[in-house]
Design a protein around this ligand. Structure first.
Ligand code: NAP
Length: 484
């Protein structure tokens, strides 16, 4: 099956922070893939902007190297790459200074879609917005794309929303959470709302509990000092896991449109109960045979910041009262794996003998690796020997189900950038959503800060601290295994 590609309108995309890690690894290679697949028109322009002094030719070499490193060889054809590089130029600009802004203003065309990607540190978001306005670069329909973190707490998020709102309307602001750009996350909505099968069961009457895991094998890798001011709760739960929770738990929106979807997500966040300290386990990874501990990586021997968190949360509404949601995320874990697991209740009465092996259905939605879904159902074990039951997966790995072309699905960033150009905000966070997420997160963080709560040490390559296992054991449950 060949994926349909609909070209977007001509655009000018200015990438502030074009020489940075995110631009090099994700944004620029992603744009090339969209170009190669025919979605980005040749008349589109990508303008790199950062303080480094470079000319267009040097920037093109930088981008070519990035494309060759991060795009599959099959797509790195000389002709396509040359044509893509033709779309690129560069302007040295300082977000905090005056240099470069006039040159940038002269480059951005008024008669195409204008998008400005803020791929710089969050302290510069406000300065960029102010200068785009001051130098009259952004037209009335221009879009800005704002990277995470969006604030450090509710107050800073509110300040940032207010700063951006001085110059841009809400429908011009695209707060990016790349988890929302993943194929499976969108498929979660398709499965829930495009089928009759699941929705009637999608509530506390039939769902025993839900697990959301985002596990990484890497540590804080050179970002220790930065990460130590944040921790797993701010870096992962407040945004990525919260978004996954919302899409799993929200009511059906009346239509698949940005405000209808985001209204429903907001209701989930507002319905979250405060979390009791006994329902939270925080951890810090220990040193391994040849790897440093979190405290060494963070260069802070007294750090109380968590590199792992597991928590039980409740959504206080009719649909979910009685279903536990368990969230877990951490660094230096056994496997890199992100998934949502919906564990259904066992049938109310078994007609089979108790030792036949029947168990509850489980739907798992894998974000990485191998994006796909897997529904475990109970069937009769084939062959003679009476009625013995086994659990088998009804596996839907996209690569297998839909063929190679569709398996080669766009990366989250490239999909989201195309949504920006199309003017579709469905997969971006609205200002009130971000504030509501911080309003729930802040008291939790405050409570452990007040108690000077010390995270539990855990072995690198493990599933986190022992207490995280106990968090589920005490409810008679266990985490789904972390698989590679
Ligand atoms: P980075 O590697 O440190 O790059 C920062 C970029 O900003 C560089 O291009 C830098 O270039 C530019 N810059 C710094 N100060 C500037 C100034 N005063 N004026 C203009 N440009 C300036 O950071 P990054 O990892 O790419 O991250 C960028 C943003 O994405 C951050 O908000 C980060 O939190 C977010 N993010 C990154 C990742 C990731 O995987 N890297 C993932 C999620 C979110 P010059 O030094 O040449 O100015």
């Amino acid at each position: 099956m060949v994926a349909r590609v609909i070209p977007v309108d001509p655009f000018d995309l200015v990438i502030f922070g074009a020489t940075g890690d995110l631009a090099r690894r994700k944004i620029l290679p992603g744009l090339y893939r969209r170009f190669y697949d025919g979605q980005m028109p040749e008349s589109a322009r990508i303008i790199g902007a950062a303080r480094s002094n470079m000319d267009d030719a040097e920037f093109r070499t930088f981008v070519e190297d990035a494309v060759r490193e991060f795009v599959s060889k099959r797509k790195c054809e000389a002709k396509a790459l040359d044509a893509f590089l033709e779309c690129l130029s560069y302007v040295p600009v300082d977000a905090l200074g005056t240099g470069g802004w006039k040159e940038l203003a002269a480059k951005v065309r008024p008669d195409v879609v204008q998008a400005f990607y803020f791929s710089v540190g969050p302290s510069l978001f406000g300065d960029l917005a102010n200068r785009l306005h001051k130098h009259k670069i952004a037209g009335p329909d221009a879009r800005i794309v704002v990277e995470k973190p969006f604030g450090h707490n509710l107050d800073t998020a509110r300040d940032l929303n207010a700063t951006l709102a001085k110059h841009f309307n809400e429908d011009q602001i695209y707060r990016i959470d790349h988890y929302l750009g993943k194929e499976t996350v969108q498929n979660l909505m398709a499965v829930r709302f495009g089928n009759m099968l699941f929705e009637p069961l999608w509530n506390a009457q039939y769902v025993d509990h839900i697990q959301i895991t985002v596990a990484e094998t890497v540590g804080v890798d050179g970002r220790g000092a930065y990460y130590d001011k944040s921790g797993a709760m701010r870096d992962m739960v407040q945004n990525h896991l919260m978004q996954l929770l919302c899409l799993t738990a929200m009511e059906p929106p009346s239509k698949f449109d940005p405000d209808a979807v985001r209204d429903e997500k907001l209701k989930v966040i507002r319905a979250l109960d405060p979390v009791h300290p006994d329902d939270i386990v925080r951890g810090q990874y220990k040193a391994g045979d040849d790897s440093a501990s979190y405290l060494e990586d963070a260069e802070n021997p007294d750090s109380l910041t968590e590199s792992f968190i597991a928590m039980r949360v409740h959504i206080a509404n009719w649909r979910w009262n009685g279903t536990d949601f368990y969230l877990r995320t951490g660094k230096k874990m056994k496997a890199r794996m992100s998934e949502i697991v919906v564990r259904f209740k066992e049938p109310p009465h078994s007609i089979f003998e108790s030792d036949t092996g029947q168990s509850a259905n489980e739907l798992s939605i894998r974000l990485q690796p191998n994006e796909g879904m897997d529904l475990r159902v109970t069937i009769k074990e084939p062959g003679p020997g009476g009625m013995r039951l086994i659990d088998v997966p009804l596996d839907m790995t996209f690569a297998e189900a839909l063929g190679e072309e569709v398996a080669d699905v766009p990366d989250a960033y490239e999909r989201l950038i195309m949504d920006v150009i199309r003017g579709n905000q469905t997969l971006f966070m609205r200002g009130d959503e971000v504030e509501a997420a911080w309003a729930w997160t802040d008291p939790i963080i405050d409570s452990w800060t007040r108690r000077e709560d010390r995270p539990h040490p855990y072995d690198p390559g493990s599933t986190g601290p022992e207490d995280a296992l106990i968090l589920l054991h005490r409810d008679g449950r266990r985490w789904r295994d972390l698989r590679k």
